[in-house]
Design a protein around this ligand. Structure first.
Ligand SMILES: CC(C)(COP(=O)(O)OP(=O)(O)OC[C@H]1O[C@@H](n2cnc3c(N)ncnc32)[C@H](O)[C@@H]1OP(=O)(O)O)[C@@H](O)C(=O)NCCC(=O)NCCS
Length: 197
């Protein structure tokens, strides 16, 4: 019996995001961050193989042909705990659980020559889209442990992530989250316009 289970791909006229099947496509890739370059060159494949995270490659399209990989993102399942006042705001009618299901952006890097051109934001937008359509499990939030520096925090804040708490203000990374439900209408409208319904 053959089965078609491919539902992790995003493709539009401008770009393609897909799970990586050949890590050799990252040869020469650098996002000018030593830790992330080391991860994508030496560790990402093993994380995929051991099912710790899944790495996706992002390409731009130009008149139908694909660019080299311009960004990568590694994802894993996650759960977040919310302070009571956030629970009350987000779930006024109940559904107060200790933790809520999430997908974590474990690593994200844009090829150095392509940075500050909207690519990283586009990757996050396509991920929201993927995680708002046809999920296998509940997944309400997207999370990230963002490097605690102004450019990175600005990048995630511009992309609708908020700080989870002030407890990690002096740590190397800060926990941030984005509520996917806020984008559901937008994603369904996009799907409707793409299918002409
Ligand atoms: C963070 C990163 C993924 C952003 O990707 P990108 O493709 O440059 O992102 P976008 O162009 O969509 O967004 C850029 C915004 O992020 C912020 N930003 C990103 N890099 C910045 C830099 N070097 N200096 C200042 N602001 C920066 C700015 O707010 C910028 O908006 P602006 O250009 O309008 O000022 C990319 O810079 C990168 O790969 N950095 C190295 C790895 C890293 O730090 N990853 C984050 C791990 S948590």
């Amino acid at each position: 019996m053959t089965a078609n289970c491919q539902r992790n791909n995003f493709e539009d006229d401008n770009c393609r995001l897909r799970p990586v099947d050949d890590f050799a496509s990252f040869t020469g890739f650098s996002c000018a961050c030593r830790d992330l370059d080391d991860y994508i060159q030496n560790d990402a494949e093993r994380h995929d193989r051991e099912m710790i995270s899944r790495t996706y490659a992002f390409h731009l399209k130009d008149q139908g042909s694909l660019s080299p990989v311009v960004a990568f993102v590694s994802l894993a399942n996650d759960a977040i705990r919310l302070a009571n006042r956030k629970k009350e705001r987000l779930f006024p009618d109940g559904l107060r659980y200790k933790a809520y299901p999430a997908v974590k952006v474990c690593r994200l890097g844009t090829r150095a020559a392509y940075q500050r051109q909207g690519i990283g934001s586009y990757v996050l937008w396509t991920l929201r889209f993927l995680f708002l359509s046809d999920n296998r499990t509940g997944c309400r939030f997207m999370t990230v442990d963002a490097y605690n520096d102004p450019p990175t925090l600005n990048f995630y804040q511009k992309n609708d992530f908020a700080l989870l708490s002030e407890n990690d203000a002096k740590e190397d990374t800060r926990s941030m989250y984005c509520d996917l439900l806020r984008f559901r209408e937008q994603a369904s409208a996009q799907c409707r316009s793409d299918t002409g319904n």
